[in-house]
Ligand binder design. Structure first.
Ligand code: SAH
Ligand code: SF4
Length: 339
C-alpha cells in the first residue's frame, strides 16, 4: 500500500476495514511508524478499578445498573495503597477507573487526586469516571488530574442509540471530550471493536471523529459479551479486525498513545503481544486488590483477575520483551516529535 491512510476516502477506508484478514504489510508499516516516534518503549499504566457501582445502563456493559451483581468500592486508603504498591513496581501513571458512582462526588474525587499527587509528585493521574459537567472536569484538573479516558464508543448516532438507553446522548459524550481537551487534559477516546450493529461505515465515522478531536490516547478493544446484559448472546469482536484497526490508527495518529488492551488479551492468549506488534505502545495492568478484581466485571472471563500486582508486572515484562519491546519507568506523556 503506497498511499498514506490519511489520504484515503471514506469508501477506500471502508474497503480497508472490511478486509478482516491479518495484513502483515499494514502491520509492518504501523510498527515502523510507532518505532520512529517511540522506539521500542512501552509505557505502563497502573489501573485502579475503584468502584463497580454505576448509575448508567450502557447495553454492552456488565456494570450497567440493571445488572444484579455484587458491587464494591475501595476506600481512599486502599486506593493510596494500590498506588504505593504500583510506585514500587515502577508505575508512574495511575488510572482511576470506575462506574459513574455518586458516592464519589467531586470533592471526594479531588481529595483522592490531590492525595495521590502529594504522595507521588512525579506521577501522572488519569481519570476514567465517565460523563461529568465541565465544572467537575475543571475541579479535577485543578486538583492535579493530568489525563482523562472517555471512549466515545461510536461516533455514528443511530449506532450510539442502539448501544445506549435513551437518556444517554452522543452529543453529551462529545461535549465532554471537547471540554476535556479545552481544559488541557491529555485526552483519551476510542471505541469497542465488534460491538453489536457496528459496520465498517460506523468505524469510518469513529476515525473521522478522532481526526477532529485529535486525542492524545486512543483505546480500542474487542467487544466481549457480559452475562446479564442485553448483549450477552452476541459474538465477541474479532482479533484480526482489532489488530488491523490498531495498525490503521497508528498510521493515522503516529504520535498517539495506544494501549494494547486487557480485552485483547482476553480473546487471545497472545492478544496483547499482537497488539504491540500491530502498533500499540501502552499496557495497563491491574493494580486493584485481588479481592475485588472479579467483581469489576465489565465483560466475562477477564484475564489476570487472580494475580497480585507484582505478578502482573513480571508477567507483562516477559510478554513485552518476547514481543521485541521494553517496558520503561516513565510518566509516558505523548511525544510531539513530528515523524
Ligand atoms: N464508566 C466509565 C469507565 C468504565 S467503562 C466509562 O464508561 O467511560 C470502560 C470501558 O469499557 C468503556 O468505555 C467501554 O468501551 C468498555 N466496555 C464496556 N463493556 C464492554 C464489553 N462488554 N466489551 C468490551 N469493552 C467493554
Ligand atoms: Fe457504567 Fe461505563 Fe459500564 Fe456504561 S460503560 S455502564 S458508564 S461502567
Amino acid at each position: 500500500m503506497s498511499v498514506s491512510v490519511n489520504d484515503l476516502t471514506d469508501n477506500e477506508l471502508v474497503n480497508l476495514i472490511s478486509t478482516h484478514e491479518y495484513d502483515e504489510k499494514l502491520r509492518i508499516r504501523a510498527d515502523e511508524v510507532r518505532q520512529s516516534v517511540y522506539g521500542r518503549d512501552v509505557y505502563i499504566r497502573g489501573l485502579i478499578e475503584f468502584t463497580s457501582f454505576c448509575r448508567r445502563n450502557c447495553l454492552y456493559c456488565g456494570l450497567r445498573r440493571e445488572n444484579r451483581r455484587e458491587r464494591y468500592r475501595l476506600t481512599d486508603e486502599q486506593i493510596f495503597g494500590c498506588c504505593e504498591t504500583g510506585y514500587s513496581l515502577g508505575f508512574r501513571t495511575f488510572v482511576l477507573q470506575g462506574g459513574e458512582d455518586a458516592f464519589f462526588d467531586d470533592l471526594h474525587i479531588c481529595k483522592i487526586v490531590s492525595g495521590i499527587k502529594e504522595r507521588f509528585p512525579d506521577c501522572a493521574v488519569t481519570l476514567s469516571i465517565g460523563e461529568k459537567p465541565r465544572e467537575s472536569y475543571l475541579a479535577y484538573k485543578k486538583a492535579g488530574a493530568d489525563r482523562y479516558l472517555l471512549r466515545h464508543e461510536t461516533a455514528d448516532l443511530a449506532h450510539y442509540q442502539k448501544l445506549h438507553p435513551p437518556e444517554m446522548s452522543l452529543k453529551n459524550r462529545m461535549r465532554c471530550l471537547f471540554d476535556l481537551k479545552e481544559l488541557g487534559y491529555q485526552t483519551g477516546t476510542g471505541f469497542i471493536v465488534g460491538s453489536p450493529f457496528q459496520t465498517a461505515e460506523t468505524i469510518v465515522s469513529d476515525l473521522r471523529f478522532m481526526q477532529k478531536l485529535q486525542p492524545e490516547m486512543i483505546g480500542i478493544g474487542p467487544f466481549i459479551p457480559a452475562g446479564g446484559t442485553p448483549f450477552a448472546g452476541y459474538p465477541a469482536g474479532e482479533l484480526s479486525l482489532t489488530l488491523r484497526l490498531i495498525s490503521i490508527i497508528r498510521l493515522m495518529f503516529p504520535n498517539a498513545l495506544i494501549p494494547s488492551t486487557t480485552a485483547l488479551g482476553t480473546i487471545h492468549p497472545k492478544g496483547r503481544e499482537m497488539g504491540l506488534a500491530a502498533g500499540a505502545n501502552v499496557v495497563m495492568p491491574n493494580l486493584s486488590p485481588t479481592s475485588v478484581r472479579k467483581l469489576y466485571s465489565i465483560y466475562d472471563n477477564k484475564i489476570c483477575t487472580g494475580d497480585e500486582a507484582a505478578e502482573c508486572r513480571r508477567c507483562l515484562e516477559k510478554r513485552v520483551l518476547a514481543a521485541g519491546y521494553r517496558i520503561v519507568t516513565d510518566c509516558g506523556d505523548i511525544k510531539n516529535t513530528n515523524y
